[in-house]
Design a protein around this ligand. Structure first.
Ligand SMILES: Nc1ncnc2c1ncn2[C@@H]1O[C@H](COP(=O)(O)OP(=O)(O)OP(=O)(O)O)[C@@H](O)[C@H]1O
Ligand SMILES: [Mg+2]
Length: 295
């Protein structure tokens, strides 16, 4: 529990009845203490160790001193009101923020104990290890086959056509798309339905054998049936990959994730087992969000 008491510093200067009214209006838990996250932000077997992370866009600090572990083969959901920094924090994990000129990242960010922001790091290799699926399906205007084969080709993962065929098939199978795609591998990918395109993007990410998959609202452009398929896939994939999913759907977070992280105004307020977050959140701000009082 957050034990910070907003009245402590002003107690001496204030008449007693005023202290009481301050307490009533602002319970301790509504105060965000920078750098303090309630619950269980650390992990016994971390894939990512993130410490004192701050992200700036020019002068604006979008991420405020966040420390978090993401466990190996864990599915962790990032939730919180719009603009609270979920996408910004997610993009730190594979340096997608590098492409935003005014963006600066500070703090210690490590994958398998190696510095993600080491200037000597090969960012292309990092992004193959830490793949990403975006909100809007974004297949290349190429065939279904070429979309999935793209990464393995540029990373030189297949020497022979038959090896590439195998990678394409197994990736499409893992993405639950093989039966729908096997007879039209040469068809243009942008001609598929939105849900199929999103599973194709997942197949494309899987094709380079990543260790981590980052998903930024992967179902927000999908109908409930396509969403259910992607959620099933997340459950299957969690056996082999570490998955970080940003979602505005609390039901989705509850269905797919092991831990849930609640962000608020650039702070990481609470991280707990997903069941706990949705049944008995520790922080009052988390409770306000999940009960729909804001967001
Ligand atoms: N490219 C950018 N340039 C400047 N500011 C940015 C940029 N991207 C995000 N921000 C700012 O950083 C803050 C966090 O934004 P971010 O997109 O990470 O939030 P979010 O939690 O993902 O929101 P949403 O749920 O709406 O996607 C916001 O104040 C936003 O305006
Ligand atoms: Mg976002």
């Amino acid at each position: 529990m957050n034990t910070m008491n907003p009245t402590v510093t002003s107690e001496a200067a204030m008449p007693e009845e005023k202290i009481v009214s301050v307490k009533e209006e602002r319970p301790a838990e509504t105060v965000i203490e920078e750098g303090k996250t309630v619950g269980h932000p650390l992990s016994d077997d971390p894939k990512f160790k993130l410490r004192n992370v701050e992200v700036f866009y020019g002068e604006d600090r979008a991420i405020k001193n966040i420390s978090l572990d993401i466990g190996r083969n864990e599915v962790i959901a990032f939730i919180g009101p719009s603009g609270c920094g979920k996408s910004t924090f997610l993009r730190c994990l594979n340096r997608m923020n590098d492409s935003i000129d005014i963006c600066r990242v500070k703090g210690q960010l490590a994958i398998d104990d190696h510095d993600i922001y080491d200037p000597k790091r090969d960012v292309v290799e990092l992004r193959a290890r830490v793949g990403m699926v975006f909100q809007k399906p974004n297949p290349f205007p190429k065939s279904i086959y070429d979309n999935v084969a793209y990464g393995p080709r540029i990373h030189g993962l297949a020497n022979r056509k038959s090896d590439l065929d195998d990678i394409v098939e197994s990736s499409l199978r893992k993405a639950g798309l093989w039966d729908e795609a096997k007879d039209r591998l040469d068809a243009i990918a942008t001609g598929m339905s939105g849900g199929q395109q999103q599973r194709l993007c997942i197949a494309r990410a899987i094709a380079v054998s990543p260790e981590v998959i980052l998903m930024d609202e992967p179902c927000s452009a999908l109908d409930p049936i396509a969403t259910a398929k992607v959620e099933e896939l997340i459950a299957e994939m969690s056996e082999s990959y570490t998955i970080v999913i940003v979602t505005h759907s609390m039901q989705q977070a509850a269905r797919v994730s092991h831990r849930t992280a609640y962000f608020h105004l650039g702070h990481l307020v609470e991280v707990n087992e997903t069941d706990k977050v949705f049944t008995s959140p520790e922080h009052e701000l988390t409770e306000s969000y999940i009960t729909g009082r804001f967001g």
